[in-house]
Design a protein around this ligand. Structure first.
Ligand SMILES: C[S@@+](CC[C@H](N)C(=O)[O-])C[C@H]1O[C@@H](n2cnc3c(N)ncnc32)[C@H](O)[C@@H]1O
Length: 248
């Protein structure tokens, strides 16, 4: 089940269990909204645990309804909540589906990636390019190479697009990288999450040419055979996993 469906189910189950307990044991609690919401939070957290969601979801379930009740008493205009929701949606898009949130490669990582590019002019793609910062640093270092960034979250895409306007060797495309043919690229760079790595390796192995390179920041492909693992000297101790395609 997707994390979003699990979360909704946990909330509904939590609400149902809490309502049943309160109704039977102490009906007057219903008038005390915050207390009822707290009981619901505890039940939702327990339901989430039973549904096998990661532990950090427990705190979200515990706090969700109590926060809703508490904030609804604070007299804040509901338009603010709607605006915040749309802003987050435009930045993170369908993270619930992709399970790849937005976080950015740092300058030290971009410098390490630049060293891994072939000496000759080549085509490089950043799969989920975020605001395109990595590509801009690479494009400055390697004006002889062509860089493509593809991004599906609207605001990072727009930022990447506008910020890369002065770079003749960068193209930024709006879209889903799962639909992009990787056969055109000499190097594909990915900074995603553990979730899509097996699928990404299958895609890269099918589409990329023999001798080309898949670089993954921080997330190794389970049971994938690395050609090299580069330790970047930055504070977060970034690892770059390098997979040389065998042209299968
Ligand atoms: C961890 S960020 C990395 C950003 C950038 N590559 C960097 O290294 O700075 C991952 C990005 O991939 C994007 N993303 C996730 N799945 C995607 C997909 N299927 N198609 C396009 N972009 C995607 C997310 O929106 C997010 O901006």
């Amino acid at each position: 089940m997707s994390p979003l469906k699990t979360a909704i189910l946990a909330q509904v189950l939590g609400g149902f269990i809490a309502a049943s307990i309160i109704e039977i044991a102490y009906p007057r609690l219903f008038s005390l909204h915050l207390a009822a919401a707290t009981v619901q939070g505890v039940c939702a957290a327990l339901a989430s645990d039973r549904l096998g969601a990661p532990k950090w979801w427990l705190f979200i379930h515990l706090a969700f309804l109590p926060a809703v009740v508490w904030l609804s008493q604070a007299g804040i205009n509901p338009a603010w909540y709607l605006s915040a929701f749309f802003l987050l949606l435009l930045i993170y898009w369908r993270t619930d589906k992709s399970q790849v949130p937005l976080y950015l490669s740092n300058a030290a990582t971009a410098a390490a990636v630049a060293k891994l590019l072939p000496d000759r002019p080549c085509h490089v793609v950043d799969l989920g390019c975020g605001h395109g910062g990595l590509l801009r640093q690479l494009a400055r270092t390697r004006p002889d190479c062509e860089f493509l960034g593809i991004e599906h979250a609207p605001l990072p895409w727009l930022w990447a697009r506008l910020a890369s306007l002065g770079f003749p060797n960068i193209s930024i495309r709006y879209g889903d990288f799962w639909r992009l043919n990787l056969g055109l690229f000499d190097v594909a760079y990915a900074f995603l999450s553990p979730v899509p790595m097996t699928r990404l390796m299958q895609k890269a192995s099918t589409e990329m040419r023999k001798g080309t390179l898949l670089l993954s920041n921080s997330f190794a492909v389970p049971e994938g055979k690395t050609e090299d693992v580069v330790a970047v000297s930055d504070r977060r101790e970034t690892m770059l996993y390098c997979y040389r395609m065998r042209g299968e």
